[in-house]
Every structure is written in C-alpha cells, then in structure tokens.
Design a protein around this ligand. Structure first.
Ligand SMILES: [Zn+2]
Length: 410
C-alpha cells in the first residue's frame, strides 16, 4: 500500500486538509456503514445555531441565520447522526481552554490506566485531533513519547510553541502520518465531528504497528437519552455514539475492543482497543503442498498392473485436492450421495459412482477423503463390502494407511 504523506506545515494552508467531501450529496446514507437512513427523522430542530464555535464579527451578522438540524438513525448499524452538512473547519479540534487542575488529575489517572493496562511494546503515541496539545503534555508526563496530528494550523503552531511534536493534518485511508508507525493512539472527542468516522479510524490504524493499542473517547448518546436533552444536538456533532455503535465503528475499522464503558466520565464513552490481528495463515501453502504430495504419492504408488486407484468422497475438499494432485491413475470417485452419482467431477472429469461399483470394478487401492465419515467408510469397505485392497485415509494434511492386505489381494 502506498501512503500519501500529510502536507508539511511550511507549504500547506489549512484548506489543504479540507479537501474531503462535505457529505452533503450523501445526506441520507449512513456515515458509518453506508446503509440507507430511516426516512423519518428522530428529531428536527428548526432553529439551530450554525455551529457551537461560529461566533461572529459585526460584519458577519447579516449573513448569519439559524439552520435546521435533521437527526436520523441508521436501521442497519444503529448510529444516530445529523444529516446536515458539516460545519466549516469540522476537522479542527477547538477547545475553549486547557484542563482545570481537577480535570488534569483525572486525565493523568486515565492515561496511566491506558499505558499500564494495555502495553503495546513501545512508547510512541499519536493523538489524532490533539488541538494545542493538552493531552500530549499529560502523555509525556506519564512516560510516553507523544506525537500530535491536528488540522487547525493555529493550534499546531500553538502546540509547537509549547515544545510539542505536532503535524498538520487529518487521518484518512491511505494517508501516511509523519513519524509513524506508532505503538499507540489516542483520540478524544474528535470522531463525532468526522464526516466519515470509519475512514478516520481506518486511516489511524494504517499508521500503527501490528500490536498497537488505542484509547477513543466520544460523548455518550446514552447520557442524552437518559436526560432527554434534545438541546445537546449541535451542528458540530455529526455522529451520536452509544457504547454499542462506538464498538461497532471501531470493529468496522479493524480494531478489537478490549474495554468500552462510561465509567471514566459520565458524559463520555471511553473505549480501549487493539489492532485486530489478521488470520494466521503462515505455513498454509506448505501444508497444502504436503497434503497434495501425500495424495499423489499414495495414488501413484498404489496404481499397478493396469489397475487404478479409487477415491471415496466427492466433497468440495476432495474435489480441490484431486484437482491440485492432477493424478492420472484415478479410476473413479465413490460417493454415497445419489444426486452426485452418474455425473463427472469438476476440473478432473472423473466419473462419480455409487459404493456398489467397488465390487464391479475393484480398484488397486482406495483413498478415503470423507472427513468426519472416513472411519465409517473404512468400516463399510472392510466389513460390509469385504474390500481387501489398500486403504488410505486423509487425516488433516496427511494420508495414513489403514492396516490391511496389499493391493491386488481382492
Ligand atoms: Zn449505518
């Protein structure tokens, strides 16, 4: 994968990170899963301010007016969301002031909990949407090596003046974050502003190491429901997450959720996550090659005196293995399912016959590839049909010989 590097602050203007779609053309599609939003609104607020940070100069007053906030839910994933276009500078993290002493202490406890309980094997932590870097300072105080990513140039410059390492940018799929890959990430009260929260999270994940962990915070929609606070809907927040929809968003972006709760802050949900490991198929090709080689050896080794070998089992596994083995000495495939009998196998074009065919045209050996039925098949061959030739059974990726007479004794 090729990752584009975020614009350097010396050449980039704020608008460089504003080139994403406004979302206005897809207003009725879910921001998270892409499903169709419910036709009815949950709530319509006719006279909402254009944004919580949209304070105006006297010259701007004549152009300003209220907007309509249209809140809908996605029936597929459950996410409650605003269908209105995002506010200007929706990527900027704007916090009116730094942490109070009491809040700083709580934050320190939370960051220590994160770093101590979810070790990632490294100390490099990226905060996406770091604003001026209040949380970066706490991360640094707690022993991490913090890096910030922030879309507001003014906030980037202010944070750098405090001696913090902050890049100007915004996470997106395929976009490299300078300084990555990182061992951990934090994002606090940011993804509810994102036009595409899944792309934000996916973009972060692509800049993490394979064992990386993360801490994600969003305002709790449960809290709004509990208090029936309809006036909490604001144009700045496009998504209203619950514990369930936050978990889903994180999982859809490639994370395992290790812990998610409202225990840290009553108004917010906090999730601790880890990059989801990919399925372990290391060695799978060699194991497949070994199975095919064993099958070939059994079939070629037991076909003799003009007599071929039969295979018992026309399952999809047996069909694949036969196609890979490409053996010339297979006479036919036995299968007890009548709907397969009388036809030919795909790819290898072998006739599929009923078990009674063994007595009519006894093969030099039989390879049983019938998974959980294999022992039953061997029993029926030996005791029911009195077959005395060599029998091999595919168990796992190996052909095992069943005790019996050598080929030719039938
Ligand atoms: Zn959805």
């Amino acid at each position: 994968m090729t990752l584009r590097v975020t614009g350097d602050i010396t050449s980039a203007e704020d608008r460089a990170v504003h080139d994403e779609g406004s979302g206005s053309s897809d207003d009725l599609r879910c921001r998270l899963c892409g499903g169709a939003l419910q036709a009815e609104t949950l709530l319509t607020i006719e006279r909402a301010p254009q944004g919580a940070q949209a304070f105006l100069t006297s010259e701007q007053l004549s152009a300003d007016g209220p907007i309509t906030l249209d809140i809908r839910q996605c029936p597929d994933c459950g996410l409650v969301q605003a269908c209105s276009p995002p506010v200007p500078n929706w990527q900027h993290v704007i916090r009116s002031r730094g942490y109070s002493p009491a809040m700083s202490e709580l934050r320190r406890r939370q960051v220590r909990h994160f770093l101590e309980n979810y070790p990632s094997g490294g100390r490099r932590v990226i905060e996406a949407g770091c604003g001026r870097g209040d949380l970066l300072e706490i991360l640094r105080d707690c022993g991490a090596t913090p890096f910030g990513l922030e879309a507001s140039l003014a906030a980037v410059l202010a944070g750098r003046e405090r001696g913090l390492s902050i890049e100007h940018g915004y996470p997106a799929s395929g976009r490299a974050i300078h300084g990555g890959p990182f061992d951990a990430f934090v994002t606090s009260n940011v993804i509810e502003h994102a036009v595409d929260p899944r792309d934000f999270l996916r973009g972060l994940r692509q800049n993490l190491r394979s064992q990386a962990v993360g801490m994600v915070e969003v305002p709790s929609f449960e809290r709004m429901l509990e208090q029936r606070r309809s006036f909490d809907f604001i144009a700045d927040h496009l998504s209203y997450f619950t514990v369930d929809t936050l978990r889903l968003a994180l999982e859809m972006a490639g994370f395992e959720v290790l812990e998610v709760s409202r225990e840290w802050w009553v108004d917010d949900i906090v999730a601790f996550v880890r990059v989801r490991p990919l399925a372990d198929w290391v060695g799978a090709q060699q194991e497949l090659d070994a199975a095919v080689a064993d099958i070939r050896e059994f079939i070629d080794g037991h076909a003799r005196d003009g007599r071929s070998v039969a295979v018992w089992g026309a399952s999809h596994q047996a069909l694949t293995l036969l196609a890979l083995a490409q053996c010339e000495h297979v006479a036919y495939v036995i299968d007890s399912a009548p709907f397969k009998q009388g036809f030919f196998t795909p790819a290898t074009h072998l006739p599929v016959v009923a078990p009674a065919h063994v007595a009519l045209d006894p093969p030099a050996a039989i390879l049983v590839m019938a998974a959980g039925y294999s022992d039953e098949v061997v029993h029926s061959l030996r005791d029911g049909m009195r077959y005395r030739g060599v029998i091999g059974v595919l168990r796992g990726n190996r052909v095992e010989l069943v005790d019996g007479l050598e080929a030719g004794a039938t």
